[in-house]
Ligand binder design. Structure first.
Ligand SMILES: *Cc1c(COP(=O)(O)O)cnc(C)c1O
Length: 421
């Protein structure tokens, strides 16, 4: 089957094996409900820019200062991406070359602290990220890692704990931001704590950058020395990274990215980032960001009305973290069963989880992708009820099959953005 979302006629003619995997992915994205909180659907313009001859070009260095020749068009497109990123987030400086969110964070550390220095970040078990330092991640082997967490009663960041850990460990860098935190973060408070102990502040807005760009939640950029992000989550660009910083760190950051940690920039992806930042600068992106949050609230309310518990009592962002304890199912069993029913989510630890990461007591559900397809609060309520139905009876094959059909009927009415003219 070939849907309009990817026109791959030449791949199909020359390499049917790869074409069939792409076709299967197009069909999967079309006919299921994509509710992984870190995923989204890039526009056709973003995808076209990513699929261009810029992939052929070496452009080590920066606009006007390249180590390769023939870089005028590369300079033009990277300058567009940089200027748009600065305008979008009100930043002094932007480096658009990081290949991913993880690389972006490593490049911030390499630019600003020494190996062996201490990084104070949110514990992975409470919603942090591997690239904030963990024993299975390279960051954890280059730097000394200390963690703060959330309180057991509110499940919100424990700012007293952050301050106490900062005084105790004397970190060179404090990192705010995570992957499964449904609430807003008090960036001013983080700045105050960082100043008290003389630490730098990195805000990793990988998950919520699109909500910041769309002016739906407060921006960390004025408070942070460095702000890192992915470009493919709520920001809805190509799969990649971005770092913003204050002017005084601009030179060190640029040197850290190249030649410090990367070689040639991915100019085709930088072109696609320029397109995505241009889209995010349009007023319609603000409507999108607000709708993402409204949809997450509607989804959460409907799940609560079905007896499920939301970590931290609800959401102020694009995701809900659902505690499945009341339903007596694990996150793993829930996510597996929902996948069979055509609803894609991921299992996730909840704070103070008694189960391991391979099993978990929770699932994380996000609304960025379905909001991009045009779904609103009414659809979220319907979907929440399907989720609750399936999870309250996970062995019921008939119900799973029926839900899968309902999902197909619903998704047929909502094209992927890549189908748009
Ligand atoms: C997704 C994420 C990243 C990593 O992004 P990749 O592009 O997958 O490397 C970094 N930090 C946070 C908080 C994230 O959620």
């Amino acid at each position: 089957m070939s849907l309009a979302a990817d026109s791959i006629e030449i791949v199909r003619a020359n390499d049917p094996d790869v074409a069939s995997a792409i076709d299967a992915e197009v069909t999967r994205q079309h006919s299921t409900l994509e509710m992984i909180a870190s995923e989204n659907f890039a526009s056709k313009a973003v995808m076209q820019a990513a699929g261009t001859v810029f992939t052929n070009k070496y452009a080590e260095g920066y606009p006007g200062r390249r180590y390769y020749h023939g870089c005028d068009p590369s300079d033009a497109v990277e300058t567009l991406a940089r200027d748009r990123a600065k305008e979008l987030f009100g930043a002094d400086h932007a480096n658009v070359q990081p290949h991913s969110g993880t690389t972006a964070n490593q490049e911030v550390y390499f630019a600003s602290i020494k190996t062996g220095d201490t990084i104070l970040s949110m514990s992975l078990a409470h919603g942090g990220h591997l690239s904030h330092g963990h024993k299975v991640n390279a960051v954890g082997s280059f730097y000394n890692i200390a963690n703060y967490g959330v309180t057991q009663d509110t499940e919100l960041i424990d700012y007293d704990d952050v301050a106490a850990k900062a005084r105790e460990h004397n970190p060179a860098m404090i990192v705010a931001g995570g992957s499964a935190y449904p609430s807003l973060i008090d960036f001013a408070k983080f700045r105050e704590i960082a100043d008290e102990v003389g630490a730098l502040l990195l805000v990793d807005m990988a998950h919520f950058a699109g909500l910041v760009a769309g002016k739906a939640i407060p921006s960390p950029v004025p408070y942070a020395d460095f702000t890192s992000t992915t470009t493919h989550k709520t920001l809805r660009g190509p799969r990649s990274g971005l770092v913003l910083c204050k002017e005084q760190y601009a030179k060190a950051l640029d040197k850290s990215v190249f030649p410090g940690m990367q070689g040639g920039p991915l100019m085709h992806i930088i072109a696609a980032k320029a397109v995505a930042f241009g889209e995010a600068l349009k007023p319609s992106f603000q409507d999108y960001a607000k709708q993402v949050i409204a949809n997450a609230k509607a989804l959460g309310d409907a799940l609560v009305s079905r007896g499920l518990r939301l970590v931290s009592g609800g959401t102020e962002t694009h995701l809900v973290l659902v505690d499945l304890t009341n339903y007596g199912v694990t996150g793993k069993a829930a996510a597996d069963t929902l996948e069979h029913a055509g609803i894609t989510v991921n299992m996730n630890m909840i704070p103070f989880d008694t189960r391991k990461a391979v099993e978990t007591s929770g699932i994380r559900i996000g609304t960025p992708a379905l909001t991009s397809r045009g779904m609103k609060e009414a659809e979220m309520t319907t979907i929440a009820n399907w989720i609750a139905d399936v999870l309250s009876d996970i062995e019921n094959q008939e119900l799973i099959t029926k839900t899968r059909k309902q999902v197909e009927e619903l998704t047929a009415n909502y094209p992927l953005r890549a189908d748009e003219a």
